[in-house]
Design a protein around this ligand. Structure first.
Ligand code: FMN
Length: 383
């Protein structure tokens, strides 16, 4: 588990994220649950929070934020690197208190807890409040103080000692974001205060045997070190402090590298799985092709076999009834049963043919007909 010191060092303002890796709403709720328990002036607790994790909400919020004013050539995170969640910090104005101060404490706590969970974020004060209020529907009686952007980090940020009072953060050619911090000796004013106290006391105490050596005050019973050794002690302290800062910086980098290693591992696993799936798909395609070829060949076999069998059948069945070669079917007509009193002339008229044709078709020697006999009447329209 990370110590507070490790978390404070790791918790840098991050402005590029793995946008696709969404933050679940429960995580944001847990972060706000921590923030709400932090110090508050007069314990008035004027802060309220709104949490957003949905991609559509994040898209609506993003255009109204301003990023890293000191990185002049950079216009903020590109699509795919934008935050995956936001927490709005609001002041419920009726509660009074000192909301700006409370907000700083709450946001830092929230971001430390986010760092503990492998997330990173950035407090944003440069936001278009009226537009955000319109886009997100802020409740009445509330003022938007800050927006905290959150997500899985996609950039490396390192601390370094500020040189000559220059605190401007910058992005190096390798993409690493550098954040210079004033050195301890520049911000911890105890030495000066001791000197002032010593000066104050000097008038009254020096006569009693008190001494100051290198800005440090010594009571009469204390053995002041030699001037040189005092200087060496101070130099040693400074060196120890510098090395502890460097250690923190290295630890921060190790943590960042571990986070990147984890992401890389995840991506490599996903890409291996991808390759396996692709190979499976290719094997399946080959199987489908083979089955298709087998089906086509089977279908051809069946059709050939059937054609063959039909041809054979036709050859055997058709042989007996077949007319001699060159013969053509010529005769077509009607079958007519002769009724009592009917003559050949009557029948020839009824079928619009001739007596001769009927006689010829039925091999009649004369015109006598017997009732009930069946005659073949040739169709006069047949060729
Ligand atoms: C009150 C406050 C408001 C900030 N507003 C913005 C902002 O609007 N846009 C931005 O990119 N960074 C913003 N920052 C982040 C600072 O730029 C960042 O803290 C600073 O560069 C130091 O980096 P560090 O947080 O890694 O120590 C804000 C920080 C604070 C404390």
């Amino acid at each position: 588990m990370a110590t507070v010191e490790e978390l404070v060092v790791r918790n840098r303002s991050c402005r590029r994220f793995c946008e696709a890796r969404r933050v679940d709403p429960q995580t944001l709720t847990a972060l706000v649950d921590l923030a709400r328990r932090t110090a508050s002036a007069g314990n008035r607790q004027p802060l309220r929070y709104m949490a957003f994790t949905a991609a559509a909400d994040c898209e609506a919020i993003f255009p109204h934020l301003r990023w890293a004013a000191l990185l002049k050539d950079w216009r903020g995170p590109a699509a795919g690197e934008r935050p995956a969640a936001y927490v709005f910090v609001l002041a419920h104005t009726a509660d009074g208190g000192i909301p700006q101060c409370d907000a700083g404490i709450a946001m830092q706590t929230l971001l430390l807890a986010a760092a503990e969970r492998g997330l990173a974020g950035c407090m944003l004060g440069a936001v278009d409040r009226p537009k955000l209020a319109g886009a997100c529907g802020l409740p009445a009686g509330h003022e938007l103080l800050y927006v905290v952007a959150l997500g899985e980090p996609a950039e490396v940020c390192v601390l370094e000692d500020a040189r000559g009072g220059d605190t401007a953060y910058y992005r190096a050619a390798d993409g690493v974001h550098h954040v210079p911090k004033r050195q301890l000796s520049a911000v911890l004013l105890s030495g000066a205060r001791t000197a002032a106290l010593a000066a104050l006391l000097a008038g009254t105490l020096l006569s009693g045997g008190c001494r100051t050596v290198d800005d440090r005050f010594y009571w009469p019973w204390e053995e002041p070190p030699q001037v040189d050794s005092a200087r060496q002690e101070q130099a040693l302290l400074r060196a120890q402090h510098d090395s502890s800062l460097n250690r923190n910086q290295i630890e921060g980098l190790v943590q960042t590298q571990q986070a990147l290693d984890t992401r890389l591992g995840r991506l490599e696993a996903a890409s291996a799985e991808n390759a396996r799936l692709r190979a499976d798909i290719a094997a399946l395609r080959r199987d489908v092709e083979q089955v298709r070829a087998e089906r086509d060949s089977l279908r051809k076999e069946i059709v050939d076999d059937l054609t063959d069998r039909i041809a054979k059948y036709m050859a055997t069945v058709g042989a007996g009834n077949r007319p001699p070669t060159g013969a053509t079917l010529k005769q077509s007509g009607y079958s007519h049963k002769v009724e009592t009193g009917q003559t050949l002339i009557d029948i020839a008229k009824a079928y619009k043919t001739t007596v001769t044709a009927i006689r010829k078709a039925n091999n009649l020697k004369d015109d006598r007909l017997r009732p009930g006999m069946t005659l073949f009447i040739p169709d006069p329209s047949a060729p």
